[in-house]
Ligand binder design. Structure first.
Ligand code: ZN
Length: 152
């Protein structure tokens, strides 16, 4: 088990476009495991590789229905609109109101290199969009109508 320190703003890696995974090797499998361990340790809903300092297009999430891993995820369909509060492990002590698509379809690869299709509505759709944004160097604060910061 390897829990990583989650990278926080203003670290450069959070603002850099992550590179696609071209080959699923031991390094990628280890990355998936470290991301899973870190996600559960930090009690987050989702985590993108740049958040542990790795500039690769890999995300993991668990909204209470088990862990989902996605390599090179791409949103291929989106519809509707939802507005809700978001927070991010990489932006400590902040929350903001963000409008996103209500439903998305994402194509990706699983750890075996097989094409997978993830469909999500509501919270799942929100988490997918938030994590895929991380791969493009975008943070929820960029999309938020307003951001509330705790003085913790
Ligand atoms: Zn985040």
């Amino acid at each position: 088990m390897a829990v990583y320190q989650v990278v926080a703003v203003p670290d450069e890696v959070l603002r850099t476009r992550a590179k696609p995974v071209t080959k699923i090797n031991q390094g990628v499998l280890r990355l998936l495991e470290n991301m899973r361990d870190t996600l559960y340790e930090m009690e987050g809903l989702g985590l993108a590789a740049p958040q542990i300092g790795v500039g690769r297009r890999v995300i993991v999430y668990d909204v209470g229905e088990g862990l989902v891993e996605a390599i090179n995820p791409v949103v291929v369909e989106q519809e509707g609109e939802q507005t809700g509060m978001e927070a991010c492990l990489s932006v400590p002590n902040a929350r903001g109101r963000v409008t996103r698509a209500q439903r998305v379809v994402v194509e990706a690869l699983n750890r075996y290199g097989e094409a997978i299709r993830l469909e999500g509505e509501g919270l799942v759709a929100r988490v997918l969009q938030h994590e895929i944004d991380h791969l493009d160097g975008i943070l929820f604060v960029d999309r938020a109508e307003w951001v509330e910061r705790d003085r913790a």
